[in-house]
Design a protein around this ligand. Structure first.
Ligand code: ADP
Ligand code: MG
Length: 614
């Protein structure tokens, strides 16, 4: 058989390599911005059309390229940043592989214009699918402008695979943040569809964070800093009260390169352990300066993973520095876990007198009597016709009877009632019973029902909000003192888009200057919540949902709102609240699961119970 192996033509090899480097429009934004930084620009302009499908253009005022370099820059493995193998261990630039421009040019129409200082004239090059189709002199300012049009024009599968405009733009924003945050000494602007989204002038790290992510970060960050012989850490950590349930706001940089590192993330979150609830993420912006020899940035082509020489040592330093910063800013509780050795009895001398703890008992305490006044932000809503029908259907299945549902006022237990009822079907301590501050247990005709309070309430609120959006029957309660909310530009865009859905739910929100909003009114059934915090929380949920699937906008609004406003596990409920929630879940059209697909209740039938003990 004759030889069959051939070298792939360059344009095919480039297209294959492009798959690694350019996954979506945001990847192009990242590569072009990083090239602008490497060229020592002081002003970088990013221009996007249709979330990058139509145009991604980055214009810089950096050192530019000569005519030959401009042509060379589109060759694979063509770079000015590495000369010899050793340089690979001394990388201070963002790029070094020489792959990005070649990859981008393989799958798009690219126009490059560049001029170097003191040159009379610049160069313009047009490339389509790796082929240079035109090169000519042009007059342009010192620096480089690269326009990428019709991305993935020759890779239809990739193009069709792109998500909605919103999702792709969010990815672009994230890349923009990663570069712009740490290069705070450079000015950046970002345009989307001819609209100026960000105009950032050269500033400090802190101002850059605030300008990018919103004014609310201003008072909510504490400084962090540490210098050792192998590492210097500078930056900011978010105060515990801005920790969020969704990821976002976690930024690590090493030698001005954004990176992700679950191990270091853990070192930071562990320092917050006692300060924020489980499952919450603190925000942090940390900048590590290390000798480039001690890191390996060559892990993955998209280069967000970094390997450190001594990861354990890094972990220890980052963890203790974070703890120190929290303590110095009085963000830890007054009893610091570091110094509190009261349980370390091993360290005590053998004959050390150990005082027995005493426990105060309240003889009048009745655990089944509600101890807390109703402080819930959640009120019962009158049932509509459809709800009533639903409820009827449910009660047919599980009809309460006199012996099953006892009146909620009958919550006292006495010794006599227990003995008297000994041989009856059951002793009821009260109709509703809360377990682990997470579950509601109540008896129904056919047995026992256990409701998950959070999942069930999410379902109730979701259907309620969706119904309001559909029905146009808004009622709004005006606030005596309107609440001002500052958002970052991206979140502000999202809020503007969904203002009409929100007003149907019962919010009255008006725009109040750039990225600032005024909440004048809220739905009458949600009066006591911390509006500002909730608003940030549900915009996060909204964004998260948006990334995961292409939900209809109103469904996403109702879902994210329900998620953020639903009663959480850990909240003590009154008998009345438990009863209301139980009734309302059965009035829902899909009562058995939350809008996020979690189960809302479990029924243990009388038969199962008897069978079990048989
Ligand atoms: P890398 O950045 O890994 O070197 P790229 O493909 O991104 O590879 O770029 C190839 C080369 O083109 C760079 O090494 C640099 O010399 C040149 N280049 C790219 N973009 C710019 C720019 N904006 N300004 C000046 N030179 C640039
Ligand atoms: Mg590059």
């Amino acid at each position: 058989m004759s030889d069959i192996i051939q070298l792939l033509p360059d344009h095919i090899a480039n297209q294959i390599a492009a798959g690694e480097v350019v996954q979506r429009p945001a990847s192009v934004v990242k590569e072009l911005m990083e090239n602008a930084i490497d060229a020592e620009s002081t002003e970088v302009e990013v221009i996007i059309k249709d979330s990058g499908r139509t145009l991604i253009q980055v214009v810089d005022n950096g050192k530019g390229m000569s005519e030959t370099d401009a042509r060379m820059s589109f060759e694979r493995h063509a770079t000015s940043k590495l000369r010899k193998a050793d340089d690979l261990f001394n990388i201070r630039t963002m790029g070094f592989r020489g792959e990005a421009l070649a990859s981008i040019a393989a799958i798009a129409h690219v126009e490059l214009k560049s001029a170097i200082p003191n040159a009379a004239i610049g160069t313009k090059i047009l490339v389509e699918g790796s082929k240079i189709i035109d090169q000519s002199p042009c007059s342009c300012p010192v620096g480089t402008s690269i326009s990428v049009k019709n991305l993935f024009y020759n890779v239809p599968a990739r193009r069709n695979f792109l998500k909605s405009e919103n999702i792709e733009f969010n990815h672009i924003l994230e890349e923009f943040y990663r570069v712009a945050l740490i290069h705070y000494n450079v000015g950046f602007s970002l345009y989307h569809n001819d609209k100026l989204i960000y105009k950032l002038t050269k500033s400090t790290f802190k101002s850059r964070i605030v300008n990018l992510l919103g004014k609310s970060y201003n008072e909510k960050m504490a400084t962090i800093g540490q210098k050792t012989d192998f590492l210097s850490i500078t930056g900011y950590i978010g105060k515990p009260d801005i920790a969020k349930k969704t990821k976002g706001g976690q930024y690590l940089f090493v030698n001005r390169r954004f990176f992700k590192h679950p191990y270091i993330h853990n070192a930071i979150t562990r320092a917050y352990q006692e300060l924020i609830p489980d499952g919450y993420y603190p925000s942090y912006f940390m900048f590590f300066d290390v000798d480039p020899k001690t890191i390996d940035v060559n892990v993955h082509p998209t280069k967000t993973e970094i390997k450190f020489q001594d990861e354990k040592l890094m972990y220890a330093v980052v963890h203790s520095t974070t703890k120190k910063a929290l303590a110095e800013n009085s963000l830890t509780p007054s009893l610091d876990f570091d110094t509190d050795n009261s349980f370390n009895v091993d360290f005590l001398p053998k004959d050390y007198p150990i005082k027995q703890p005493t426990i105060q008992l309240n003889p009048d305490y009745n655990p089944f009597k509600s101890q807390v006044p109703s402080t819930s932000s959640y009120k019962k809503e009158p049932l509509s016709e459809r709800d009533k029908n639903n409820l009827e259907n449910w009660t047919k299945l599980y009809p309460p009877t006199n012996t099953d549902f006892e009146s909620s006022t009958n919550t006292e237990i006495t010794q006599t009632s227990i003995t008297q009822n000994n041989h009856k079907e059951a002793v009821s301590y009260g109709t509703f019973f809360q377990l682990y501050q997470s579950f509601i247990i109540t008896k129904i005709k056919s047995g026992l029902i256990i409701l998950h309070q959070n999942a069930a309430h999410e379902r109730v609120l979701f259907e309620r909000f969706l119904k309001r959006i559909d029905s146009n029957q808004t009622s709004c309660q005006h606030l005596l003192f309107p609440v001002t909310i500052d958002l970052n530009a991206a979140d502000a865009e999202i809020l503007k888009e969904i203002l009409s859905e929100l007003s149907k739910i019962g919010f009255e929100i008006s725009e109040f200057g750039k990225n600032t909003f005024l909440v004048n009114g809220t739905p009458p059934d949600l009066t006591t919540v911390n509006i500002k915090e909730e608003m940030e929380h549900w915009i996060d949920s909204f964004k998260n949902n948006m990334m995961l699937s292409s939900l209809e906008r109103k469904v996403n609004v109702a879902m994210s709102m329900a998620k953020s406003l639903a009663i959480k596990s850990g909240k003590i409920l009154t008998s009345e609240e438990m009863e209301t929630l139980t009734n309302e879940i059965f009035a829902c059209s899909i009562p058995h699961e939350s809008p996020y697909g979690k189960k809302t209740f479990k029924i243990i039938s009388k038969e199962d119970l008897y069978q079990y003990f048989n």
